[in-house]
Ligand binder design. Structure first.
Ligand code: CA
Ligand code: CA
Ligand code: CA
Length: 319
């Protein structure tokens, strides 16, 4: 019996410590140290403006609106981005260039906006998104198999032009938490694959921006993730809707180790190899938060032991 009482009195403080440690992860005890991130209009509902103050900035053929090409996310407004020229004579879109033969010129362009160069030599779109000139030169694939030259070196796609929407998010206090980015997306295309493999792609990009200079913070390596590529045979465009929508709206969620600071999140589409046969990306329900707490077995045991410990301690004090 004496042995039993000694083990209990030693056990209780350890268990309480374990409990507080677990609760510290579950509930941020000090609100001044809570994870905090600012972004706006992630559902594209509070504003359909793309001029920046309402959340999103658009560059190239972009818009916020309802159903597009027969697709929407639960019937609500969404972000829309395409790689098609308008009719007219603009800097890149010269002489009424028709990117989608078989349709009227400008059918798949939004707000009569020119395309933005995405070639590594000019890299205008990369610069606006805080990226490096080669960040869209992703490796070529044919049906998911990476392509290499005769000496085994990887072959890269040739990005030509594109469009994007972007906004700057600010993490005021990362509190050593990872950041979870989630959104829903759909890729539509009038393009396919050529002899050199998959062509156009929709992407999300992430770059860190120096809050004082507005220039990219090179301490953070920019991230570009291809969401979907144009594959298969190239269809013949007609009507007002894109020819290929291989799957409906999909969900994306991933965790990133982002320190406190300002980040530029971009969504866009790139024409690869040539400027014709346009593609589109639809985006909705963009959300940024700290990675939600998960009740793992170890933290669960900590909580349970802590509660036992508190009960024992209270019992001892009553005695
Ligand atoms: Ca929406
Ligand atoms: Ca184009
Ligand atoms: Ca194309």
């Amino acid at each position: 019996m004496p042995i039993m009482s000694i083990s209990l009195s030693k056990f209780a403080p350890i268990a309480i410590f374990a409990s507080l440690f677990s609760l510290g992860n579950l509930i941020t005890l000090d609100s001044a140290n809570a994870y905090s991130v600012d972004f706006s209009n992630g559902d594209f509902q509070s504003s359909t403006s793309l001029d920046g103050p309402a959340g999103w900035t658009g560059t190239g053929s972009t818009d916020i609106g309802g159903t597009y090409s027969g697709v929407d996310f639960n019937g609500t407004n969404q972000g829309i981005i395409t790689t098609a020229c308008p009719s007219g004579n603009l800097t890149l879109c010269l002489n009424d260039r028709n990117d989608d033969p078989g349709t009227n010129t400008g059918t798949f362009n939004l707000r009569t906006q020119d395309q933005i160069s995405a070639s590594p030599e000019i890299a205008a779109l990369q610069t606006q998104l805080g990226l490096s000139a080669n960040d869209f030169s992703i490796q070529r694939e044919i049906d998911g198999t990476p392509l290499v030259d005769t000496e085994g070196n990887p072959l890269y796609r040739l990005p030509k032009e594109g469009s994007a929407i972007f906004q700057d998010i600010t993490i005021t206090n990362d509190n050593n938490r990872n950041t979870q980015i989630t959104f829903n997306w759909d890729f539509l295309t009038n393009d396919g694959a050529g002899s050199l493999g998959d062509k156009d792609f929709g992407f999300i990009s992430l770059a860190k921006i120096d809050e004082n200079t507005g220039q990219p913070d090179i301490s953070f390596a920019p991230i570009v993730i291809s969401l979907e590529d144009s594959t298969g045979s190239i269809p013949t465009a007609s009507g007002n809707n894109y020819q290929t929508n291989t799957s409906p709206y999909a969900a994306f969620s991933d965790d990133y180790d982002l320190s406190t600071g300002q980040y530029r999140v971009g969504f866009g589409v790139i024409d690869v190899d040539g400027v014709g046969n346009s593609s589109a990306l639809l985006i909705d329900e963009f959300l940024v938060e700290d990675v939600p707490f998960e009740f793992t077995p170890s933290t669960g045991i900590g909580l349970v032991l802590g509660l036992i410990g508190l009960k024992k301690l209270r019992h001892r004090f009553k005695k």
